[in-house]
Design a protein around this ligand. Structure first.
Ligand code: RTP
Ligand code: MG
Length: 142
């Protein structure tokens, strides 16, 4: 499997629950390296632009309101098959359907407040990493 980069966000609910370190630990234990990281409070424009693909969906306004409700931590993860590996660590979008031991099963409260975001394809990973990080903010770890 190829060495990949993917974009991960620890959402406002998980930051509020004080589990940033526990989530980082799961990435590291799975062999994913954090190659860029920052805490930020997204503006409405940043959240709308990030989730532009969901613009027409009924949950779009709630999603943007939630993502701007408090600080998030944004990171680029690097490793073998990082995109799928991160999605597996996250679990299903709805925590009620997420497999035991996944981040969402353990830390998410609802389909809206679901703890983490992860890129879902190579194309979205490329767009999403570039959405938050300049090249000089990413530290490849080989
Ligand atoms: P994410 O993009 O945040 O990693 O989540 P995902 O791929 O698992 O889910 P996606 O379909 O991309 O949806 C983005 C976020 O929108 C919220 N959502 N709400 N009420 C609903 O039916 C619904 N569906 C999606 C979730 O918070 C989801 O993470
Ligand atoms: Mg998604």
């Amino acid at each position: 499997m190829a060495n990949e980069r993917t974009l991960s966000i620890i959402k406002p609910d998980a930051v509020a629950k004080n589990v940033i370190g526990e989530i980082y630990s799961r990435f590291e234990k799975a062999g994913l390296k954090i190659v860029a990281s920052k805490m930020m409070h997204l503006t409405q424009e940043q959240a709308e632009g990030f989730y532009a693909e969901h613009k027409e969906r009924p949950f779009f306004n709630d999603l943007v309101a939630f993502m701007t409700s408090g600080p998030v931590v944004v990171q680029a993860l690097e490793g073998e098959g990082a995109i799928l590996k991160n999605r597996e660590l996250m679990g299903a979008t709805n925590p009620k359907e997420a497999e035991a031991g996944t981040i969402r099963a353990d830390f998410a409260s609802s389909i809206d407040a679901n703890a983490v975001h992860g890129s879902d394809s190579a194309a979205s990973a490329e767009r999403e990493v570039a959405y938050f990080f300049n090249d000089n903010e990413i530290c490849p770890r080989g």
